[in-house]
Design a protein around this ligand. Structure first.
Ligand code: UD1
Ligand code: UDP
Length: 359
């Protein structure tokens, strides 16, 4: 059996690293295609190096562009690459433009397609990611769901027969890399004290393309009593610059960090503030209170017990949620057993449609 995995953005490299190891463990051959959606070293190469992800056999080098153009360019370059590789399965992750392009290219070529992180919904169609995930789910033959909520959602959309509950691959990644994160010295290198700082990330279009929203978020960070470490995605840095937005002295804007360093910063933070899907979930899994800088989440399970609070881009709500005391006890276990990738590989291997696309 031969699998082609299509990746392009930071969180996909993290997921693909775990998935690659699960394929290799079953002696299944894999070819990686990198669309080039993320290209800066700290958003791409660092993950290939530190997570020992195989080098992509195809680097499409698409780069940044408006949505239609970026997705269209990917599609044009993916088609011949997939034809050349002739895989038994094409696998895509998450909800980025690279996910949608990979899904469309495979579906148009009649190649069996599997979607990792299927069934997640924000129910906000103005979000580019919501369109990407809905369209990808409807194009795919196998839908790997991180949670029962996702399985139930797919059933409501008439996709129940393709859905498989696997657990969350990001939990696999976290479990795998946590021992290294525990050895990381990034907290002391940044002269931080465990339990006495906040960690923030912002990159969603709704927060970066709207200068007022971003201004309110940064004002909230500036109002917190502790240091706010802010590994800034290039998109938010550019947005801050073009809107002339600055932060108070307690906010430390740093370059994006590697995955192990990020886990290390998360586990020692008092609170996490983020609009990232992955970071919300990691905070929950690590038992760190989270403030989500959005009005909805695709991961409603993280709100259990008050671990994750939605605050949108409203300064007062963000500050209030950030200052709350941590919930007692541990967050419930809702993201599987940390062996999701293994489970996915078994489904791919055993699926009767393997090698032949469903009608
Ligand atoms: C993309 C995904 C988002 C995901 C995120 C992970 C879509 C629609 N969005 O958002 O779902 O959560 O990746 O991080 O696919 N840029 C650079 N260097 C890079 C890449 C991007 O400077 O290596 C800048 C460019 O100015 C670019 C902007 O960031 O225009 C946005 O990049 P893009 O890939 O379009 O979206 P993300 O915000 O990264
Ligand atoms: N991440 C990282 N370095 C950073 C910020 C995030 O390694 O500076 C990791 C984070 O730990 C998580 C993933 O990137 O595993 C989340 O990616 P991102 O926030 O870009 O996208 P999303 O999850 O929202 O799609």
């Amino acid at each position: 059996m031969k699998v082609v995995t299509v990746v392009g953005a930071r969180p996909q490299f993290i997921k693909a690293a775990v998935f690659s190891r699960a394929l290799a463990a079953q002696q299944i051959s894999e070819v990686l295609i990198h669309t080039g959606q993320h290209y800066d070293r700290e958003l791409s190469d660092v993950f290939f190096e530190s997570l020992t992800l195989p080098r992509p056999a195809h680097q499409l080098g698409v780069g940044s562009a408006p949505h239609g153009q970026q997705t269209g360019r990917m599609l044009e370059l993916l088609e011949p690459a997939l034809q050349e590789e002739a895989p038994d399965w094409v696998v895509v992750f998450g909800d980025t433009n690279s996910t949608l392009a990979g899904a469309l290219a495979a579906a148009k070529l009649g190649m069996p397609l599997a979607h990792v992180e299927a069934g997640l919904r924000s129910f906000d169609r103005s979000m580019p990611e919501e369109l990407n995930r809905v369209l990808t789910d409807h194009a795919a033959d196998l839908l790997f769901c991180p949670t029962q909520t996702a399985v139930d959602q797919l059933a409501k959309e008439g996709l129940g027969d393709r859905a498989r509950l696997t657990g969350d691959i990001m939990y696999d990644a976290l479990r795998e890399q946590l021992p290294q994160a525990e050895q990381s010295d990034i907290v002391s290198r940044l002269e931080l004290t465990a339990g006495q700082y906040a960690l923030a990330t912002v990159h969603r279009a709704a927060n970066t393309d709207d200068a007022d929203a971003l201004g309110r978020i940064l004002a909230a960070f500036s109002r917190l009593d502790e240091t706010v470490v802010f590994p800034a995605h290039p998109r938010v840095r550019a947005a801050m610059q073009s809107a002339g937005l600055t932060v108070a002295e307690n906010v430390r804007v740093i370059d994006p960090v590697g995955y192990v360093e990020m886990l290390a910063l998360e586990r020692s933070a008092r609170v996490v503030l983020t609009d990232s899907g992955g970071v919300q979930k990691e905070a929950f899994l690590l038992g760190v209170p989270c403030v989500t800088l959005r009005e909805e989440t695709e991961w409603p399970e993280t709100a259990a017990g008050g671990w994750n609070v939605l605050a949108g881009s409203d300064s007062d709500r963000i500050v209030e949620a950030a200052k709350r005391t941590a919930p007692a006890g541990e967050p419930p276990s809702v993201f599987g057993d940390g062996r999701a990738a293994e489970c996915m590989v078994e489904f791919l291997r055993d699926d009767p449609s393997h090698g032949e696309r469903r009608g």
